[in-house]
Each structure stands twice: as C-alpha cells, then as structure tokens.
Design a protein around this ligand. Sequence first.
Ligand SMILES: *[C@@H]1O[C@H](CO)[C@@H](O)[C@H](O)[C@H]1NC(C)=O
Ligand SMILES: *[C@@H]1O[C@H](CO)[C@@H](O)[C@H](O)[C@H]1NC(C)=O
Ligand SMILES: *[C@@H]1O[C@H](CO)[C@@H](O)[C@H](O)[C@H]1NC(C)=O
Ligand SMILES: *[C@@H]1O[C@H](CO)[C@@H](O)[C@H](O)[C@H]1NC(C)=O
Ligand SMILES: *[C@@H]1O[C@H](CO)[C@@H](O)[C@H](O)[C@H]1NC(C)=O
Ligand SMILES: *[C@@H]1O[C@H](CO)[C@@H](O)[C@H](O)[C@H]1NC(C)=O
Ligand SMILES: *[C@@H]1O[C@H](CO)[C@@H](O)[C@H](O)[C@H]1NC(C)=O
Ligand SMILES: *[C@@H]1O[C@H](CO)[C@@H](O)[C@H](O)[C@H]1NC(C)=O
Ligand SMILES: *[C@@H]1O[C@H](CO)[C@@H](O)[C@H](O)[C@H]1NC(C)=O
Ligand SMILES: *[C@@H]1O[C@H](CO)[C@@H](O)[C@H](O)[C@H]1NC(C)=O
Ligand SMILES: *[C@@H]1O[C@H](CO)[C@@H](O)[C@H](O)[C@H]1NC(C)=O
Ligand SMILES: *[C@@H]1O[C@H](CO)[C@@H](O)[C@H](O)[C@H]1NC(C)=O
Length: 370
Amino acid sequence: MSIVKYVAVVMVITVLGSARAQPEAKFNCTTTNTTCRALIDYRNPNGTTLSYIQTLFDVKQLIDILGANNLPSNTTGNYSVGPNKAMKVPFPCKCNNGTGVSDHVPVYTIKAGDTLDNIATTIFAGLVKYPQIQEANNISDANTILVGDKLWIPLPCSCDEVGGVSVVHYGHLVELGNSVEGIAEEYGTTQQILLTLNGITDPKSLQAGQLLDVPLKACSSNVKNNSLDYPFLVANATYIYTANNCIKCMCDSTNNFKLECEASSEFKPTNWSICPSTQCSSNVFIGNITAKDSCNQTICDYAGYTSNNISTILETHSTCAAAPNGSAPNGSLPNGSGPSSGATKSTLQGWVWSNLFSVIYFILFSIYLV
Ligand SMILES: *[C@@H]1O[C@H](CO)[C@@H](O)[C@H](O)[C@H]1NC(C)=O
Ligand SMILES: *[C@@H]1O[C@H](CO)[C@@H](O)[C@H](O)[C@H]1NC(C)=O
Ligand SMILES: *[C@@H]1O[C@H](CO)[C@@H](O)[C@H](O)[C@H]1NC(C)=O
Ligand SMILES: *[C@@H]1O[C@H](CO)[C@@H](O)[C@H](O)[C@H]1NC(C)=O
Ligand SMILES: *[C@@H]1O[C@H](CO)[C@@H](O)[C@H](O)[C@H]1NC(C)=O
Ligand SMILES: *[C@@H]1O[C@H](CO)[C@@H](O)[C@H](O)[C@H]1NC(C)=O
Ligand SMILES: *[C@@H]1O[C@H](CO)[C@@H](O)[C@H](O)[C@H]1NC(C)=O
Ligand SMILES: *[C@@H]1O[C@H](CO)[C@@H](O)[C@H](O)[C@H]1NC(C)=O
Ligand SMILES: *[C@@H]1O[C@H](CO)[C@@H](O)[C@H](O)[C@H]1NC(C)=O
Ligand SMILES: *[C@@H]1O[C@H](CO)[C@@H](O)[C@H](O)[C@H]1NC(C)=O
Ligand SMILES: *[C@@H]1O[C@H](CO)[C@@H](O)[C@H](O)[C@H]1NC(C)=O
Ligand SMILES: *[C@@H]1O[C@H](CO)[C@@H](O)[C@H](O)[C@H]1NC(C)=O
C-alpha cells in the first residue's frame, strides 16, 4: 500500500438494477507470449473530448486514437465527441490464462468519492465490472479503497486469429436496435463468426450495452517478424503511425486489404532525432510505385524497423489479374488522397444496412406477436 494521504472508506453499491447490468465481458485469448493491438468502444453520456479519452485510457499519442477512428491526422485533442457517440480506443492486449486483458493499462488514480463500482460503471462506461478491477489489483476488501491509489483497469480483448486469419479484436458496445447480423454486415464479418466467437447461442438474446468481440480484418503487410512492431496488424478502415512516427500505414478495403505505407514527416519522431532513410533504391522511397509495364507494378514497401533503421522491400505484383471480388480498381495510388472518402461512404452503407436489418427484425417480430 502506498502512503495514505486521504482515506476514503466507501460503500460499494452492488445494486445492479439498471439497464447497463450486463455480465462481465471475457474474450477468449490463447496466443502465448505476444502483445497485440486491440480496440474497445468508449461512450460518454455527457459528451467529451479526445483529450479526455486519451488521458483516461493512457493512450500514448493522440494520433493513435485518430487512426483507430479514421479521423484526419490534424484533428486536435479538443475535438468534441457527442453524447453517447462511440469512439474506438486502441490499447495493448495480452493473453492471460485463456482470457485477454489490456496489458497493465489504463491506470486510474482514485479520487475522493469514487467507489470501485462507479469507476467501473460510470468512469469506464461499464466496459469492466468492479469484481474484475478488484481481482486484477488484488484488493481484498472492495469497500475500502484509498484516494490516490492507482488501479489497473483490465479491459477485455484478444490476440487470437479467427479462422486462420489475422484480425484486430474490437470490443463493440451493442446499441439499442442492433442485431448480430447487422453488426456482422457493418464490420465485414458473418453472424456465425460473431456467435461462435462470443459464445452466443441465440442471436435474439443480444442486448444493448453488451460488449461483443468483433474481429476486424487486418491488412496484409510486408513487416518482418524481427521488426519492433511485429505483428503489425492494422484493422480495416484504420491507420497507424509506426517506426517512431516516421511511417504512416493505412488499411483500406478498396486496396484489396493490402497495407499502404508511406514516409511521413507530419510528427516529430519519437526516440530518433531524425527519421532514418526510407529508400528502396536511388530515388525510390517507401510508398513510391514504379510502373514497369501496363500490367506489372513495383512498389517500395515498408518492411519493419529496429532501434536504428527502417527496412524496405521492393515488391512487384501484377495488377492485370482480375481481383477476386472483381470490384477493386487497378493500382490505386497510395500517394493519393487516402482512404477517408471511400471508407466514409462504405460506413454509411453499413449503417443503412444494419438499420435495415433492425427494421426487418422489428416487422417480423410484430407479425410474430400478432
Ligand atoms: C515466452 O517467452 C519467455 C521469455 O521471453 C520464454 O522463456 C518462454 O519459453 C516463452 N513461452 C512460450 C510458450 O513460447
Ligand atoms: C455525466 O454527468 C452527470 C451529471 O453531471 C455526472 O453525474 C456523471 O458522472 C457524468 N458522467 C460521466 C461519465 O462523466
Ligand atoms: C486538416 O487538413 C486538411 C487537409 O488535409 C485541411 O483541409 C483542414 O483544414 C485541416 N484542418 C485543420 C483543423 O487544420
Ligand atoms: C483546440 O486546440 C488547438 C491546438 O491544440 C487550439 O489551437 C485551438 O484554439 C483549440 N480550440 C478550442 C476551441 O479550444
Ligand atoms: C486459470 O483459469 C482457470 C479456469 O479458467 C482457473 O481454474 C485457474 O485458477 C486460473 N489460473 C490462474 C493462475 O489464474
Ligand atoms: C494479494 O493480497 C494478499 C493479502 O492482501 C497477499 O497475501 C497476496 O500475496 C497478494 N497476492 C498478490 C498476487 O499480490
Ligand atoms: C472494411 O471497412 C469498410 C469501411 O468501414 C466496410 O464497409 C467494409 O465492410 C469492411 N470490410 C471488411 C471485410 O472488414
Ligand atoms: C473459450 O474457451 C473455453 C475454454 O477453452 C471454451 O470452453 C469456450 O467454449 C470458449 N468460448 C468461446 C466463445 O469460444
Ligand atoms: C521469421 O521469418 C523468417 C523468414 O522471414 C523465418 O525463417 C523465421 O522462422 C521466422 N521466425 C519466427 C520466430 O517466426
Ligand atoms: C524508445 O525510448 C524509450 C525510452 O526512451 C524506450 O523505453 C523504448 O523502448 C524505445 N522504443 C524503441 C522502439 O526504441
Ligand atoms: C516517392 O516518395 C517520396 C517520399 O514519400 C516522395 O517525396 C516522392 O514524391 C515520391 N515520388 C514519386 C515519383 O511518387
Ligand atoms: C509481369 O511479371 C511477371 C513475372 O513477375 C511476368 O511473368 C509477366 O509476363 C509480366 N507481365 C507483363 C505484362 O509484362
């Protein structure tokens, strides 16, 4: 126990009668010895700012939150987030005895008037239940917590592949009117995968406020297994700054789920005074595409980083072979305007679809009642 400045003896209110009362979320996680990136929804009923979310969840850089939500990289921390608007929060995940939990973040400092239950339900929006905080922090008596003490909030997450495919696990908060099928449609997965992953037998049992493990497809990349950011998983419709902020990588479904990276000087590098070379060969840098002929193109791609350099790889691939889904246009340029416009449109389509399903469910249910 740390030095006690103030002692707050507080009653833990165990009345869980509200609509938020959901069983604690536990995501299966069996991948050993790795830390991976995960995402979780955070909603504040009063509205908030990105800076508040960054501080609350101990996110290292604001850009990590911007990338997770595909917001423009020049968005500032005072950007306001509307009441109950869900934002995706990125955090490191580690498997522990079959269950995934955030890797010793976020750390919350107890304030006067806090109870474990109110920290779980209100401050962390019900993403954890107070017994999980109690267990993670080895607190023997939940009724006695000390102002100024630090608590690790163990957020649910996973690092497991799904169906042999690399994914980023996203703890999605179910909203009123959502259906499993609608959520699957919106995030590019299937109802069956969601049901299996979350141990749900009856899709109709889905409730608002429930935290669903939603696997987001990650883009394929050339990052080598000895790179400091391996496994480099960037989820569909997100971007990440890596290699101490010297490289920006985006994952976009319109590029056939192939990661697009480019050198960036938008942010001051961390750890390095200047960014090391991102050159593949003379005058060819990460992100440059050189057209060889009408069909084959060569791209200088990001292949990872170490404490003192950035690796590159020259990759040649054919753009003539029909894309599997037949819809992707040939060779979209990574130096172009980025994924935001197309992705926004698709999100909107997903939203319309998910609500369409809700409407159909509602109609069917009404018929059933009659
Ligand atoms: C995990 O890593 C530790 C040290 O890094 C190593 O001793 C241990 O054998 C590894 N376990 C597995 C299952 O790979
Ligand atoms: C929202 O505002 C109410 C009323 O001011 C307050 O009691 C509550 O703690 C706030 N919730 C959050 C998550 O800040
Ligand atoms: C952010 O950058 C875009 C161009 O990429 C620009 O149109 C916009 O005004 C910028 N926003 C701010 C707040 O600087
Ligand atoms: C938001 O933050 C930026 C820089 O951090 C500042 O220039 C701007 O004035 C702030 N806007 C508001 C409304 O506080
Ligand atoms: C691991 O989980 C099992 C059951 O889920 C439990 O019985 C066991 O005590 C746990 N081990 C540790 C070290 O937490
Ligand atoms: C948890 O706390 C109890 C007593 O408060 C102590 O005996 C035990 O060693 C602690 N366990 C851990 C893992 O810190
Ligand atoms: C990828 O993201 C876009 C935009 O959010 C979405 O429309 C699409 O369904 C997603 N696809 C997959 C396979 O995740
Ligand atoms: C999680 O793992 C446990 C133990 O391996 C297993 O019994 C359970 O079915 C799994 N749950 C899901 C949803 O896969
Ligand atoms: C890392 O990748 C190399 C090939 O690039 C492979 O030979 C090696 O086995 C891999 N190591 C691990 C630990 O996966
Ligand atoms: C960056 O520096 C910090 C401390 O200065 C160190 O803990 C961390 O491992 C370094 N990261 C990399 C990727 O070199
Ligand atoms: C190659 O990439 C560099 C660095 O990203 C960029 O400045 C340059 O304009 C690119 N050249 C071509 C031909 O795209
Ligand atoms: C593209 O490259 C492949 C080998 O990588 C070659 O077999 C093929 O003929 C090339 N296509 C064209 C149109 O040059």
